[in-house]
Design a protein around this ligand. Structure first.
Ligand code: PPS
Ligand code: ADP
Length: 209
């Protein structure tokens, strides 16, 4: 799969320090294989709902996890970003770097962002090691997301009160080769969680239950 290169640092005269406790050591202490479960899909597709339920299931099995969620991160780390293509790119770049740090700490990270651009998602894939980025495409079609409209945002977008809303007047580029696809219009939350757990077990990320 093609990978998009992350830009080089702007600063010069900076040196990478090798640390004595490394990623493998931290992961071994936790008895787990750290990775990023990168949920992508339209607003209302079910990213937050399924990621939340999955984190609960992993937590109760004793895994160390952390969920980075779109709306929450935009209240803090990314509060200076809007929804232009440039800001969405920067949003995803920062989330990717944060998720990479969590992986380095030995954590199983779940992220729930629309992340509408293929290139930005592939950039994140490219900054972690092979196998550490698991793309979870929440493939719920627009009509279903719009009918759900949990925050009333589609209604506002259709009324012209929100401009540049993903799926209405802003693009969403579906993944071409996601590791996991979840059609939540045809699967319950419990079925989606069971599917992901099964795939993670089959790929050796989780111990078989
Ligand atoms: N213009 C526009 N387009 C899309 N979404 C919008 C917009 N304005 C506000 N919102 C709300 O912000 C949430 C999406 O934030 P993300 O950080 O996931 O977006 S992105 O990945 O940078 O595209 C999204 O949350 P989710 O519904 O959870 O996906 C919306 O609640
Ligand atoms: N099978 C399903 N899977 C996930 N969410 C569902 C499902 N059926 C209905 N929903 C509802 O759809 C909405 C999805 O919203 P949310 O999880 O915030 O989506 P996103 O994070 O992708 O914007 C929630 O109100 C959730 O209860």
């Amino acid at each position: 799969m093609s990978q998009t290169q992350a830009p080089a640092p702007r600063a010069t005269n900076i040196t990478w320090h090798v640390q004595s406790v490394d990623k493998a050591g931290r992961a071994a202490l936790k008895h787990q294989k750290p990775c990023i479960l990168w949920f992508t899909g339209l607003s209302g597709a079910g990213k937050s709902t399924v990621a939340n339920a999955l984190e609960g299931a992993l937590h109760s099995r004793g895994y160390h996890t952390y969920l980075l969620d779109g709306d929450n991160v935009r209240h803090g780390l990314n509060k200076n970003l809007g929804f232009s293509a440039e800001d969405r790119e920067e949003n995803i770049r920062r989330i990717g770097e944060v998720a990479k740090l969590f992986v380095d700490a030995g954590i199983i990270v779940l992220t729930a962002f629309i992340s509408p651009y293929r290139r930005d998602r592939e950039m994140v894939r490219g900054i972690v090691e092979e196998g550490e980025f698991i793309e979870v495409f929440v493939s719920t079609p627009l009509e279903v997301c719009e009918a759900r409209d949990p925050k009333g945002l589609y209604k506002k977008a259709r009324a012209g009160q929100i401009r540049g809303f993903t799926g209405i007047d802003d693009p969403y580029e579906p993944p071409e080769n996601p590791e996991i696809t979840l059609p939540t219009d045809r699967k319950s939350v419990e079925e989606s969680v069971a599917q992901i757990l099964g795939e993670l077990e089959a790929r050796g990320y989780l111990k078989r239950s």
